[in-house]
Design a protein around this ligand. Structure first.
Ligand code: NAP
Length: 160
């Protein structure tokens, strides 16, 4: 099973200059809790922004140019990445925009953190059709421990 996990600002922005634009501890914890023990698939630029493999997860990096990254499996396409794991395993596509665009039509689940603020950034989440997805759960917060704006965790399942 393929899942997408992402945090998106109200204006669609997800990053700038190959970095995140916000720090929401609750979202970091949610990401860690949700993806730990599962494979994570990412684009080479997102790997560069992390700078190391994520612990307790099999890290798969998609690249046309790079062949080897220590501690990661490097593949040349999303299909190759998905084929590494049994179909019943939940695998998480963790970005960035280029890889989300490839994964949207393949994904069964969509973990969306909505960050209720607008940011200026050079990278946005691709267009997606909310009609194709059923909202399964939603948890909203007025602000974080150290984050001043509202945000919510939404989980969608692709409609049959
Ligand atoms: N808010 C969030 O939840 C979130 C999550 C993740 C990332 N981000 C942000 O997103 C930004 C990075 O996203 P991005 O779209 O620039 O880059 P990306 O999707 O992380 O990586 C792009 C790279 O993936 C490889 N690639 C893309 N399409 C491919 C294909 N069809 N076949 C093989 N390889 C392919 C290429 O690597 P090569 O150049 O090596 O060939 C390409 O340069 C950063 O700002 C990051 O902080 C935000």
């Amino acid at each position: 099973m393929v899942s997408i996990i992402v945090a998106v600002a109200d204006n669609g922005v997800i990053g700038d200059k190959n970095a995140l634009l916000w720090h929401i501890s609750e979202d970091m914890r949610f990401f860690r809790r949700t993806t730990s023990g599962h494979p994570v698939i990412m684009g080479r630029k997102t790997y560069d922004s992390l700078g190391r493999p994520l612990p307790n997860r099999t890290n798969v990096v998609i690249s046309r140019t790079v062949k080897d990254i220590e501690g990661c499996t490097v593949v040349g396409s999303l299909e190759e990445a998905i084929a590494l794991f049994p179909a019943e395993e939940e695998i998480f596509v963790i970005g960035g925009a280029q890889i989300y665009a490839l994964a949207l039509e393949r994904a069964d689940r969509f973990y969306l953190t909505r960050v209720h603020h607008c940011y200026e950034g050079d990278t946005s989440f691709p267009e997606w059709d909310q009609d194709e997805w059923q909202l399964i759960s939603k948890e909203s917060f007025k602000q974080g421990e150290k984050f001043p704006y509202p945000f919510s965790f939404e989980l969608y399942q692709r409609k049959a």
